[in-house]
Structure formats: C-alpha cells, structure tokens
Ligand binder design. Structure first.
Ligand SMILES: C[C@@](CO)(OP(=O)(O)O)[C@H](O)COP(=O)(O)OP(=O)(O)OC[C@H]1O[C@@H](n2ccc(N)nc2=O)[C@H](O)[C@@H]1O
Ligand SMILES: Nc1ncnc2c1ncn2[C@@H]1O[C@H](COP(=O)(O)OP(=O)(O)O)[C@@H](O)[C@H]1O
Length: 324
C-alpha cells in the first residue's frame, strides 16, 4: 500500500493542542464496560503540546521537551494510535515519523496524551490529504480515549457518557471570557485508572459496601453553568471552592501531600484550588492576570510543587499550524 510521493503533497505538518482542566468532574457509577458515567465540564487552557508528522519508512515516535523521557515512544503512544486508526480507515500503511514536543505534564490530569492523539489525528489527516470529516475524526478520537474528543473541541464543554459526548458551553452574550489559572506541577504522575479505582473504593467504604453502580447519574451543577454563561469569575471560583471534582478525594488519598499544595495556593490569594482531573497537578483560579503571576511565584517559593505555571483559558482546541 505504498504511496509514491506526489510533489504537491505536504512533506511535513505541525499541529498543536491545549491541555485541559476539569471545572467539574462529577463521577457516576461503574458501568459494565468498566468506565464511569461522567458530567465532565472541561476548559481548554493555554499550555500546548506540538506534534509534527512527516512520511517515513516505518511508524516512528520521537519526543522532546518537558518530561520527554516519561512518554512511551511505542505503539501505546496515543499519537501512534492516531496513525494506526487513520491508516485502517483510509487503507494506508501508518508509516509516519511523529515528533511530539511535550509541554503538558505527563500523567498530570491535564490530558497531555489525549492532546497528542488529537494533534496527530489532524496532522496526519492533513499530511495524507485524507480530508476526514469532523464527525469521522471525533469518532476515531472517542475510540482513542474519553478525553480525546474534547481536545478537538477546546473552549469550554460538557462531556457526558464517559466524557466523549460533548456540548459546548458559551457565555450568554456570545462574547469571549478569559479566566486566569495557575497550575502547580507535582513530582511524578498519577494513573487515571488507579484514581477512579480509589474513588470506587472510598465510596464502597463510606457507603457500607454499596455497589458503585448504585451511584446516581451525574449532572452538571446549575450554578456552575450559570457562572460560565454569565462570564462570572468570582461565581466560578465560588463553585470550584465548593468542590466539584469527585476524583479529588481519591487523588488526595493516594497523594496526601497535595493538600499542602492546595492550601499554599489559596493562602497565596487564589479564588479556589482544586486537583486537575485525576491529578496530581493542582489548579488555581485567580481573580486576574496579576494575581495569577503572584500565586505562581508564591507556589514556586513554597517548595510545595516542582513548578507553577500561570496561564489562561478557555482557548481553542487542536489545530493545524504549519503545512510545508
Ligand atoms: C479523569 C479524566 C477527566 O477528564 O482525565 P485525566 O484527569 O486523567 O486527564 C478522564 O475522565 C480520563 O480520560 P482518559 O485519560 O481519556 O481515559 P481513558 O483512556 O478513556 O480511560 C482510562 C481508564 O480510566 C478509567 N475511566 C476513564 C474514563 C471514564 N469515564 N471512566 C473511567 O473509569 C477506566 O479505568 C479506563 O480504563
Ligand atoms: N503522547 C503521550 N503523552 C503522554 N503520555 C502518553 C502519551 N501517549 C500515551 N501516554 C500514556 O498515557 C498515560 C497518561 O498520560 P497523560 O495523558 O499525560 O495524563 P492524564 O491521563 O493524567 O491526563 C502516561 O502515563 C503514558 O503512559
């Protein structure tokens, strides 16, 4: 199935994808397929991985940047899975060199692997000129992982099902809102399945052994949706401080030292601190850009994290940046 190079075809394509934070992560019961039903309110934030693809004799993954050595450079890499899935669908050998420039913390609860998978889908589709429809890309994305479809969407969106059934959430006046965030990066990652498992274990223990399947279907918090639709930073902070991440207790149970990180960020003036998704990255909402810079500085000086990054959201989802 080799395709001779057509001089008009692209030689190299670069795409980039943002990380995410979950402003709500309501976790329902364990389903028969071993996933949990979610009400997952994602926000894409301005911290990106970049993926460059070019034709090659075999499927090859290379990685550079932050924590590159922790990223699998084999078929388990979500970017490699994108090549396999697109190849299967369009009857092509998945022979591409995929280079990932990592910036999103690995196993940090910020969907870095999903970001790379989504960027690779767009980049390889452009390289091969397969012109996959948006719905075809979303379907392949959902097969790759629950978080991958949102990486294509970006912005703010509610994810239902296992997180893959998305509805965008926008301010009522149609305008853009900017929220200022600080992310405190932890040493080492947390395994997403292990955190879901710990969530089930804690529920079983506190409920006297009730089956996780008895947990009601999760819903988004109406006050949270109202804050987002009203572009209300203080209202969003109030809801985050209330505690809308059902995986937070599980992440803290596996990593108790994250409590001190959360305390350090709120003591430094953040409106609210929360564990990002399954953790261990901690996210802090700040009142404005200046406040975010101050919170990041205080967190770095506290020694409670390995680095702290001030950034903003929401930002658009995965996009092709350069076609050469
Ligand atoms: C928790 C979240 C929140 O957005 O992300 P992270 O914080 O890890 O980035 C997601 O639900 C993670 O999505 P993703 O990382 O794509 O997970 P998947 O590959 O689909 O699933 C990995 C494993 O996580 C568990 N899982 C995932 C999604 C879900 N709705 N229920 C689950 O129980 C299952 O054990 C599954 O085998
Ligand atoms: N491109 C990738 N970048 C990072 N991790 C990847 C990638 N592809 C597969 N993985 C695997 O996925 C796991 C979870 O990574 P990641 O997506 O960064 O975290 P999280 O699920 O917490 O958001 C990693 O530990 C790694 O084994």
């Amino acid at each position: 199935m080799s395709h001779p190079h057509n001089p008009k075809r692209p030689r190299r394509v670069t795409a980039r994808t943002p990380a995410k934070v979950n402003v709500q992560l309501a976790v329902g019961g364990l389903r028969d397929d071993q996933f949990h039903d979610l009400a997952n309110v994602f926000m894409a934030v301005d911290l990106h991985d970049t993926v460059t693809v070019e034709p090659a004799e075999e499927l090859l993954v290379t990685v550079s940047g932050r924590d590159a050595h922790e990223v699998p450079a084999d078929a388990s890499n979500l970017a490699a899975q994108a090549a396999w899935l697109l190849g299967e669908r369009y009857h092509r050998d998945p022979y591409v060199h995929i280079h990932i420039e990592k910036n999103i913390p690995v196993a940090g609860g910020m969907a870095g692997g999903s970001a790379d998978g989504a960027a690779a889908l767009l980049a390889i589709d452009a390289l091969w000129e397969t012109k996959a429809s948006r719905s075809a890309l979303l379907e392949l994305a959902a097969r790759m992982g629950s978080d991958v479809p949102f990486a294509l969407y970006g912005g703010i969106a509610l994810g239902r099902g296992r997180g893959e059934l998305l509805t965008p959430i926008k301010p009522d006046d149609g305008g853009e809102r900017e929220y200022h965030w600080v992310f405190a990066l932890a040493e080492g990652g947390l395994s997403t399945p292990a955190v879901f498992h710990e969530c089930d274990r804690l529920r079983m223990a506190s409920g006297g052994g009730h089956l996780s399947a008895d947990v009601p279907m999760p819903d988004p918090a109406p006050e949270l949706l109202a804050a987002i639709r009203g572009g209300d930073t203080v209202g969003l902070g109030r809801m985050l401080a209330f505690g809308l991440n059902d995986l937070q207790e599980a992440a803290l149970s596996l990593r108790p030292e994250l409590r001190a990180t959360l305390d350090a960020g709120t003591a430094a003036g953040a409106l609210a601190g929360l564990v990002s998704g399954s953790g261990p990255t901690c996210a802090f909402l700040a009142a404005g850009e200046e406040e975010a810079v101050q919170v990041a500085k205080a967190l770095r000086e506290s020694g409670m994290c390995r680095d702290a990054i001030a950034t903003r959201g929401p930002v658009p989802g995965a996009s092709v940046e350069v076609v050469e």
